[in-house]
Structure formats: C-alpha cells, structure tokens
Design a protein around this ligand. Structure first.
Ligand SMILES: Nc1nc2c(ncn2[C@@H]2O[C@H](COP(=O)(O)OP(=O)(O)OP(=O)(O)O)[C@@H](O)[C@H]2O)c(=O)[nH]1
Length: 577
C-alpha cells in the first residue's frame, strides 16, 4: 500500500524544485550578460586596433613631414617628430601584432608592416643622404616619389582595414543589440517566471499549511472524541459498579421501603445530572406512592395510574420539555407544586412478570444532550434491574410473611412466638423489665364446628384474632398457638396490667356476635396469665404457667381470667413445643 507523503516532505520537495528552477533562471541572464560583455570587449578591441592603425599613420605622416623640413632646412630640430615617430612605432607595432582579430587582418597587418618598414627605411635613407650629401641629393631622392608611394599604399591598406573594422563593428553592434535585447527579454521572462514560481510556492505553502491545519484539526477532533469516549467508558464502568452495588444492597433489603431508600441513595449517584422519584403501587388504594426521591425532585406524593403515560403504555415515555410531546399529568404544574421545568423527562414502569409494581420518573437537561439516548438506555437498564430486584424483595417479604403469619387468622404463628418469646425474655432479663404472657383458649369451640360447620369456626377464629390485634400495642405480639388456642406476649408489661388487658379481651370476645346463615354465633374464651420473673425465667416455664392458669380458668367454669400460681417449675410438656 502506498504510504501518503507527509506535508513537510511535500513542502521540502516543492522548495527544492523552486530553488533549482530559480537558480537555473538566475544563471540565464548571467550567461547572456557574459556573452554581451564578450561582444563589447571585441568592440573595444576593434576600436583600439583602429586607433593604433590611425596612430601608425599619424606617426609616419609626422615623420615624413619632419624629414621634409630637414631636407629643406637641414636643421636637426626639424627631425624631432621623426625621431619620436621612430621611438613610438615599435610599441604600435607590438600592439597591432598581438591577437589580430582575423586571418584577413593578419595578412593585411603583414602588408602594412612591410610597407611601414619600407617607408621607415626610405625616410632613414633620405635623412642620411641629406646629412651626408646635402640638400640637392636628398631632394632628388624625395622627388623620386618612392616615399609618397609607400605612404599612399599605406593609406590605402590602412583605409581598407578601417573599412573592414567598420563593417566588423557594425556586425558587433548588431550582435550586441541582439544579445542585449535577448538578455533584457530573458531577464524579464526569468523575473516573470520567478514571480510565478514564488506565487506558486506561496500558494502551495499556504495550501500545504491549510492541509496541515486541517489534518491537525482532524487529529485534535479524533483525540478529543477518543478522550470523550474514554471518559464515557470510565464513567459507565463506575456506574456499572455502583449499579452492581445497588443491586447487591437490594438483595439484602428486608422490606420494600428499605429497597426504596436504597434506590434513592444510589440513583442520586448513578444519575447525578438528573432528579427524580420512584413510586410503588399500592393495591389497597389503586395508587402509586412515592417511596424515594433524589436530586431534589419535587414530584407529588401520590400518582394515579392514569396520570402517567408510561404506566398507560406499559413502556417508557419520554418528553422533551414543552415541545408538544404528551406530558404526564403528574409532571404538570399543580397548585401545590412548583412549575415544571422545561427539562426533558423520562418515565419508566417497573414491570416484573407482566405486573406493574411501580415506576421511575426522572428529569434533567442531560436527557436531551447528544448522549441523551445513551442516558435513557442506561435508565431503562437500571429500571429493569430495579424492578426485578424489588420484585425479589416483594417475594422475600411475602415468603417471610408466609413463614411467620398464620394464614387463617393473620396472627403470628407458633414459630414466630417461640423466636420472639426467647428474644423478649432475654431482653427483659437484661433490662430487669417484666414480660407478661396471656394464653387463651375458646370455650366449647368443638360445638361451634359441630353445629355450624368448620367455616363458621374459622370465621369465629378470625373475629377473635381481630379482637386480639385491636387490643395489643405495637410492641405486643399476638400469636395463634395452635387450633383455637392463642397467646399474646406483652413485653415490659407487669402482671396486674396484663391481667386487666386479658379481662378486657375476654369481654370483647364475649361481645362478638358474628352471624353465619342468619345464625348468630356466640363465643367466650378462658385466659391464663403468667409473667416474668414471678412465674418463670424461661420460655417454657412461662408458657406452661400461663397454660396451667388457662386450664384452671376452664376448670373454674370457663369465660374467665386466671393468674398463674407463683414459681411453677418448668416441666417438659405441650408448652415447650
Ligand atoms: N374451625 C376450626 N376449628 C378448629 C381449628 N383448629 C382446631 N379446631 C377445632 O377446635 C376444637 C377444639 O375442641 P376441644 O379441644 O375439644 O375443646 P373445646 O371444644 O373448645 O372445649 P373446651 O376447650 O374444653 O372449652 C376441635 O373441634 C378442633 O377441630 C381451626 O383452625 N378451625
């Protein structure tokens, strides 16, 4: 798979290309300028050489004029220009001999130098003849016209050379003009290309930077998203852990009320951005009662089942503030409650095995955020788990109830009596407090069953149980001891008060007049009362004392209360169970 090039690498490559192209472009004018300079140098050389030819001609003309003056006058001072010319000529000659510009010039130069040498030799001869043989001989030599011919030939040859130079200069100037304009054009084009390259480089740079910024932005976005996801995962883990703790605590709850307290405590932590309440269904009143609240929610204490859309639908109901969704009536403002907030709200029925046991309602802006759906799913899961846990609590409560409650009379059963008596006696012993036991047995109950049927007997038993429940305090415990025998435990109750209470129960039982098939039933009961510490300090001793007292009441004619005889020795028997 091809690995995409990094932005830095692209930029470096582009910069290297631009530098290479710009360097190459910068060299072009330099090369052209060098070539222009070459032409100009050639032009200078031509002018210099032309001037040297002119000098040569001047020196020779001056020397000839001086030679003539000397011939005429014979005076040495006239020869001064002649001598000067002879002194300067070797220099001119040397300059012209160095680097002739063409083969034609080399040839012309050879001719000119020969003519020059011939002219100089001729002038030397004229000067020597004047000095040796006098003016006449010298004038005759001059008149021969040889010197003039040399000079004429030199002028012609040098004139030709000057013409050749002029043509060459014209060529050089044309070349110079062409190269100069080429250099100017190339420089302009190079400058233009440089500008274009610089603009392209700037654009490419800014483009690359923009890409880089975008990439960085994307990387930042991704890392921010990862951070958010990690935070959410961490938060979700913590929530799951707390949720697990809540479910564990719910497993240990003894009552639904205790379960509700646990839910309120944990929901405050599990849904910190929300406030809400949990309601449980009260069958007796067909109403949902608020059992727990968290986050400062101001939900009403009772909710009618029809006031909640979630309860009507049997599934969650979500309302987004006041945006025209169906709002539950329990969440709508009432005279006794503050105005509802515009925050989104979710209601969730707590359903187990198809039965609604309550509902959860929660509100908060967090439900409407981007991750509100996740929050709602989380509440849904919590609701399902809480419903299951609470139904288990309910089951446990019911099982526990069944295990300690006599189903016919709804009094505590014998098992519960044994546990409670043991516990209360220990407590009374610890505190030095009294504890009374009332035992009662219905009189001639067999007759009721035999005459009116077993159901009539059951009805009577329930009526008697009702009397007992109404006659005892919250701390007292009324139990069905077995058959038609019942026991009431009265913690911290002295013997005389227990006796008086037994008497009142007796009277109330006597006053019972339940009817079965228009037949009015009548019943009475015989009571035996015993108390700790007077009649015993063990459960068995106390029960046996009360039992003996109750039988004493039977023997004495029934429908009465008898107090146990003091300090009965505990014997193994029916009271010991
Ligand atoms: N209907 C009904 N009868 C019960 C229940 N448990 C015990 N009995 C009856 O209670 C009667 C007890 O009779 P007995 O022990 O002979 O005593 P009694 O008839 O009450 O006579 P005394 O106790 O001597 O006054 C029996 O007929 C039992 O069947 C019950 O749960 N329901």
């Amino acid at each position: 798979m091809a690995v995409p090039m990094k932005v830095e690498t692209k930029l470096k490559l582009a910069a290297a290309c631009i530098i290479a192209v710009m360097s190459a472009i910068a060299l072009v004018p330099h090369v052209l300028n060098t070539r222009v300079a070459g032409v100009m140098k050639a032009l200078d050389t031509t002018i210099l050489r032309e001037r040297e030819y002119g000098l040569l001609l001047n020196y020779l003309s001056d020397a000839e004029a001086a030679q003539r003056g000397y011939v005429i006058t014979g005076r040495q001072e006239f020869l001064e220009p002649y001598h000067e010319a002879l002194r300067e000529l070797p220099g001119v000659r040397k300059t012209l001999g160095t680097n002739p510009i063409s083969a034609a010039e080399r040839q012309a130069l050879r001719d000119i130098m020969q003519l020059t040498d011939a002219k100089v030799a001729y002038m030397k001869e004229v000067v020597r003849v004047r000095a040796d043989q006098g003016a006449e001989a010298a004038r005759a030599l001059v008149d021969s016209g040889r010197g003039k011919r040399f000079m004429d030939a030199l002028r012609v040859r040098i004139g030709e050379q000057e013409t050749a130079y002029a043509a060459y200069r014209a060529t050089l100037r044309e070349r110079l003009d062409a190269r100069s304009s080429l250099a100017a054009n190339v420089t302009s084009i190079a400058t233009g290309i440089d500008i274009v390259l610089l603009i392209a480089a700037a654009l490419a740079g800014s483009n690359a930077l923009a890409q880089r910024r975008k990439a960085e932005q994307r990387a930042n976005d991704v890392s921010r998203q990862l951070r958010i996801t990690a935070d959410m995962a961490e938060r979700r883990n913590a929530q799951l852990q707390r949720g697990g703790e809540m479910l564990h605590a719910l497993e240990l709850a003894e009552t639904l009320e205790e379960g509700a307290e646990i839910v309120a405590l944990y929901f405050g932590q599990l849904l910190p951005d929300l406030s809400g309440s949990m309601y449980l269904y009260r069958h007796s009143r067909d109403v949902l009662e608020r059992k727990a609240t968290w986050g400062g929610a101001s939900d009403p204490e009772f909710v009618e089942p029809l006031d909640c859309w979630a309860l009507r639908k049997g599934t969650q109901h979500f309302t987004v503030g006041d945006e025209g969704t169906l709002a539950c009536r329990h969440a709508v403002q009432s005279a006794t409650r503050p105005p509802p907030s515009a925050a989104p709200r979710i209601c969730l029925p707590l359903v187990t095995q198809g039965n609604v046991i309550g509902f959860i309602t929660a509100e908060g802006m967090a439900l409407g955020h981007d991750d509100g759906a996740a929050e709602r799913t989380w509440i849904l899961q919590l609701g399902e788990q809480v419903a299951l846990a609470l139904s288990n609590v309910q089951l446990r409560v019911s099982l526990r109830h069944q295990s300690v409650i006599d189903p016919l009379t709804q009094l505590y059963n014998r098992r519960y009596l044994d546990e409670t008596l043991k516990r209360e006696l220990a407590r009374a012993t610890r505190r030095g407090a009294p504890l009374a036991v009332i035992m009662l047995d219905l009189d001639h109950f067999k007759r009721v069953n035999d005459t009116f049927g077993h159901e009539a007997g059951d009805l009577l038993l329930r009526n008697v149980a009702h009397v007992l429940q109404g006659a005892v305090r919250g701390s007292d415990v009324a139990c069905r001891f077995g058959g038609e025998e019942m026991v009431v435990l009265l913690p911290e109750c002295p013997l005389d008060i227990a006796t008086a209470r037994a008497e009142r129960m007796r009277q109330e039982i006597r006053a019972l007049k339940p009817t079965v098939n228009k037949d009015m039933l009548a019943v009475s009961a015989s009571f035996g009362v015993a108390a700790y510490p007077l009649h015993g300090d063990t459960p068995e001793a106390l029960l046996q004392a009360a039992d003996l007292a109750m039988y004493a009441a039977k023997r004495a004619g029934r429908d009465r209360v008898e107090v146990a005889a003091a300090a009965v020795a505990a014997e193994p028997g029916r009271a010991g169970g």
